[in-house]
Design a protein around this ligand. Structure first.
Ligand code: PMP
Length: 416
């Protein structure tokens, strides 16, 4: 009998049978508060009725209309509607299926457009598991070990992570920008550098927000040297952080944006957006794919956009995020092992450290497991797995956040 790869590890023992909003039931009909949302995917909640209806309607019309063979209405409509939310000037779109594919598409574009080979990514970033995307990923060696050589032409420069360096945000930012200049002076000359790629908030790397000064510094250097700025909004986009894009918190102005996860409420869909001028520099035939912009996924994305707007989900992420943060901070105040509560909107992390101040993945894992046993699904992140993260659907209610906060208080009490 065939079995799943033993390498495919699950964070919880749950076999999901059905879900609704921020709730999920297993096959024994046990109810869980799902504060994982499919790793930040189901922003409108599980099986939102409007997303379900749009997908069902589309399934009955046409499922697959391959977009380099024939065009389909949901893709045309989605492309047009995305101008409502995309940063101004980013008016040209290419669609694929996964976040990693969007990152690869962005890489191809910036290299072809500039004729330059190198990419500078930032330490702790996660950009995907395909070989090129893994080459840019430094949130943990597990994503890049054992299948080298990775893609050449990648340089890694520090991200302003105050907790990691043990400095103030201002100190970490000065350091990160100085090191970037050093990298451009010593390793990747501007004339060889096609792009910077950066997350507004390090996601898998431990839920570390960037800051306005750092991003302004990146933008200034990009403009000065003709380097393009790719902002990876795959985890931070679609309202997750309490703004539509994570970069909106910092006035971040991308040349290329990558998006996926929240875009289609769980259907596989991703995209890159750039100015038409930049996108037209992609070489002929370099953008395509069998499944990209699947018609059902595009219909679901249109419904997702409607739901986010009509239910004010970005504002809800902000309000429920503030409520959740308050609850997490109250727990942390009573337990010195939780050394930091951080993040934006409904993208919040709790960092665990041991008595010597070292990242404590073992305790974070015990807390995550104990929470699942008590009916609260959570994930860990961070290089050592030392951060327990909360990423519920944007439809999460005040009562559900209160309940999650109570369970978390019990869990931390029990494991510490
Ligand atoms: N970029 C970021 C910021 C991500 O968080 C992820 C997924 N966690 C990816 C890229 C890769 O996306 P996917 O898993 O869909 O390939």
């Amino acid at each position: 009998m065939a079995e799943l790869s033993p390498n495919l590890k699950q964070a919880t023992g749950v076999v999901a049978a059905r879900g609704q909003g921020a709730l999920l039931w297993d096959e024994d009909d046990r109810r869980y508060l799902d504060f994982t949302a499919g790793i930040g995917v189901t922003g409108t909640g599980h099986s939102h009725p409007k997303v379900v209806a749009a997908a069902q309607e589309q399934v009955a019309k046409i499922i697959h209309a391959q977009y380099t063979t024939v065009m389909h209405r949901p893709l045309l409509d989605l492309t047009e509607r995305l101008s409502e939310v995309l940063p101004s000037g980013l008016d040209s779109l290419f669609f694929a299926n996964s976040g990693s594919e969007a990152v690869e598409a962005a890489l191809r574009l910036v290299r072809q457009a500039t004729g330059r080979p190198n990419i500078i990514a930032f330490h702790g970033g996660f950009h995907g598991r395909t070989v090129a995307a893994a080459s840019l990923t430094t949130s943990g060696t597990r994503f890049r070990s054992g299948f080298a050589p990775l893609m050449a032409g990648v340089h890694i420069s520090p991200f302003p992570d105050p907790t990691h360096y043990g400095w103030s945000e201002a100190e970490a930012t000065t350091f990160a920008l100085n090191q970037l200049d050093y990298t451009l002076q010593t390793m990747s000359a501007p004339a060889d550098t096609a792009a910077f790629i950066v997350e507004p908030v390090l996601g898998e790397g431990g839920y570390v927000p960037g800051n306005a000064e750092f991003f302004a510094g990146l933008r200034e250097r990009a403009d000065r040297h003709g380097i393009l700025l790719i902002v990876d909004e795959i985890q931070t986009g679609w309202g997750r952080t309490g703004e539509f894009w994570g970069g909106d918190h910092f006035g971040l102005r991308p040349d290329v944006i990558t998006t996926a996860k929240g875009i289609a409420s769980g259907f596989p869909l991703s995209a890159i957006a750039a100015s038409e001028e930049l996108m037209s520099k992609a070489w002929a035939g370099s953008q395509g794919g069998t499944y990209g912009a699947n018609a059902v996924a595009c219909a679901a994305a249109l419904a997702t956009l409607d739901v986010i707007t009509s239910e004010n989900l970005v504002a809800n992420a902000r309000e429920r995020g503030a409520q959740l943060r308050g609850a997490l901070e109250r727990v942390a105040a009573d337990h010195s092992a939780i050394t930091d509560v951080r993040g934006l909107g409904l993208m919040l992390g709790n960092e665990f450290r041991d008595a010597d101040g070292r990242p404590d993945g073992a305790t974070a894992a015990r807390a995550q497991q104990a929470a699942a046993e008590r009916g609260l699904l959570l994930l860990t992140c961070g290089p050592w797995g030392q951060v327990v993260r909360f990423i519920p659907a944007l439809v999460v209610t005040e009562e559900q956040v209160t309940e999650a906060g109570q369970i978390w208080a019990e869990v931390v009490q029990a494991v510490l």
